[in-house]
Each structure stands twice: as C-alpha cells, then as structure tokens.
Design a binder for this molecule. Structure first.
Ligand code: EPU
Length: 337
C-alpha cells in the first residue's frame, strides 16, 4: 500500500473541486483496505472512503487519509435456467458493469445505464433512475465492519433500502463496502413505462426493444438532460425529491395547481424538486463560477474552478428560496465534506 501526501482531490470528485487530502491511498484488495484503515487508526487520523467521487462535495482540506477503493472483478458465482448470480468488486465502474451485463443478455439494471460512480457506492444511496432502483437486483452486500474490522454480509432485507438511502447511509461510514452480489434475469421483464423511454423508442421505430435498445434510449435521454461531468463539473441530482403528506400536498396543490408530484403510498407524495427550483426562477441561473443547469435544475454545475464552499453557498440560496415560496426545505442528495 502506497500512501501519498498532500494530494489534490480535483481528479477524484466529479465537481472538480480542488481540495487537498493530507494523505491518500488507492487500495486494490480487501487486505490493502484493512492495512490502510489500521494505518490511519495508528496515526489517530480520520479516513474517508472514496468511490468515483460522483456524489460528493469537498468544501475544505481533509486532514486525514482518503482511501480510494479500486477493488475490481465481476465473478459469476451461480446460474440457473432463468437467473445469473454475480459477485462484483466495489471499485468496478458502474456503467462498465451495466454494459458488461447487457452484452451478456442479463437484465435488471439496464435502466440504470450511464449513472456515474462505482458498484460499491450503488447500494449506499440505492441509486435509481427511470423507474428502477438498484435494490431490486441486489442479493447481498459484503462490507468491513469498522467496529470489529471483520467482514460482514448483509442480505437484501438487512440492507434496509429506501428511496436514496440504506443501512450503509444511515450508519454513516461504519460499513465499508467491498463487494456487491447481484441476481440478474436471463429473460428480463423490460421496464419502459417511465418518462420518455417509450417515446424515444418510438422515435427510433423500435417495437420490441432489446436490452441494448433500452440502454441506448436511456443513454440518449440522460445525455440530453444531464451534463457530462468530464465537460462540466457536477454530481448529478444535488437535491432529493422531497415527500409531503397527502394533506400537505393537497393544500400546496391548490396554491400551485401545476406542481408535479407522484403518490408513493396512501398518505405520501413525492414532489419533483426540479419543478420547485425551476419555479423559483433558478433554471439556467449562474452566479460567479456556479450555476443551476439549464436543462435540469436539480443539477448544480461548476463552470470554472469553483470551490466547494461556493457551490454549497449557491445551494443554500436555492434551499432558502424554495423554503420561502413553498415552505418545503430541500435536502441535499450529495454528501458534503
Ligand atoms: N422537472 C422540472 N424542472 C426541472 C427538472 C424536472 O419541472 O428542472 C420536472 C420534470 O418535467 C418532470 C419531473 O420534474 O415532470 C421529474 O423530472 P425527471 O424525470 O427528470 O426526474 P427527477 O425527479 O428530476 C430523478 C432522479 C435522477 C434520475 C431521474 C430519472 C432524484 C433526486 N433524481 O430526477 O437521478 O436520473 O429521476 O429517473 O431522485 C441522480 O441521482 O444523480 C439523478 C440524476
């Protein structure tokens, strides 16, 4: 294990914020990960586990050890007539894994094409897009329990998945994910009901879509709506879609009949935060080096070497204006460090 000192994190977060970590190590195995943790414990400094850095905002220098997980590998552990069982290293690039499965004809995660990040990060906030959440395909998650330094495997139920959350997010870094086990389908039920998937397929004249066709449609939709972090620093949705009780939702709906929302249970509604932000006038607004993306207001963009604090201040202005107009306090989806 090689420890680097005073390392810029600019290339390790999709916002491209140039904060420094006092120490930095990239680990390619569970043993190297354990070694890195032991090293930071011995030095009595904090550590932070980093995947692809696509959901994080660094706002200050990190006075500890950043450990970048580079544990890779996709292993088929079992197979039946209808299903395939895979064990995947936490450091695998998510989209690379999705593409690999699509190419093999294994379905279940094609709607999650092009989501930035790593396989190990996918269960933490239970990534979701176009009507699918990753929890639907996860069999189990293996992690290091930092309280005992022992590996531990959680079955799907034990992961306590919910909208953009899980046990791993709730327990705030207690468990360090090293591998994720998936069950994918050989004759998948394709999911085309969400948003513009059907429309995109129709435009292309595709009547009976394959996994590749769905994935290509999703890639086309995402690319048209979301900025490429390689071109314009961003972390995807910066805010979560808030939930309201049906009573509160109905009150608000009488004041703002155009408001976009979806029922998620008998007594809860999920409100489109993008709509709330847009209706506070933020669409395409740029202040200094930071802006609200013109095609999707949930996304904040770093136009020109903005610091994490400039992005944080900008997001606070949005939160305050949404609070003032709609009496809803938006929560950040990204992790602020
Ligand atoms: N909307 C607006 N203005 C905007 C953005 C959206 O009015 O600026 C409206 C849209 O017209 C639509 C509704 O809000 O009716 C929902 O928009 P969209 O379908 O784009 O989805 P979203 O709720 O904004 C969520 C995820 C995205 C994911 C998409 C597609 C969250 C926080 N975000 O966004 O995830 O790609 O659905 O399934 O749940 C991410 O997490 O990084 C991410 C991009």
């Amino acid at each position: 294990m090689r420890i680097e000192e005073n390392k810029s994190l600019k290339l390790y977060n999709s916002f491209g914020c140039n904060e420094i970590s006092r120490y930095f190590a990239a680990v390619k195995s569970v043993d190297a990960l354990l070694e890195a943790i032991a090293w930071s414990k011995e030095k009595i400094i904090p550590y932070y586990i980093l995947g692809a850095g696509s959901n994080i905002l660094f706002t200050k220098p990190f006075e500890g050890l950043v450990i970048k997980i580079e544990i890779v590998g996709i292993l088929k552990t079992n197979e039946t007539a209808s299903e395939v069982f895979l064990n995947v290293g936490a450091g695998e690039n998510w989209h690379h894994f999705v593409s690999y499965c699509i190419q093999k004809g294994w379905g279940g995660i094609e709607n999650l094409s092009l989501i930035p990040g790593t396989v190990g990060a996918s269960p933490i906030q239970n990534i979701g897009a176009y009507g699918v959440e990753v929890q639907e395909t996860i069999e189990s998650v293996t992690a290091i329990d930092t309280q005992s330094n022992q590996p531990i495997t959680f079955n799907n139920l034990a992961c306590k998945f919910s909208y953009r959350s899980s046990l791993f997010k709730e327990e705030n870094n207690r468990y360090l994910i090293t591998a994720v086990a998936f069950i994918l389908k050989k004759q998948p039920q394709l999911r085309t009901e969400y948003g513009s998937i059907k429309e995109t397929l129709r435009e292309k004249g595709i009547k009976n879509p394959s996994l590749v066709a769905i994935s290509n449609a999703i890639i086309q939709i995402r690319s048209s709506k979301l900025p490429d972090p390689k071109v314009l620093g961003n972390a995807g949705s910066f805010f979560k879609n808030p939930t309201l009780t049906t009573i509160d939702f109905e009150k608000l709906k009488t004041l703002f009949p155009q408001m976009i929302a979806y029922p998620i249970s008998d007594d809860l509604y999920k409100i489109a935060a993008g709509w709330l932000i847009e209706n506070c006038g933020w669409k395409g607004i740029r202040k200094g080096k930071v802006g609200c993306y013109e095609k999707q207001t949930l996304v904040l963009v770093n136009y020109d070497n903005a610091s994490g604090n400039e992005i944080l201040d900008f997001s606070e202005e949005i939160i305050q204006s949404v609070l003032k107009k709609f009496e809803i306090r938006l929560e950040r989806e990204v992790i602020v460090l």
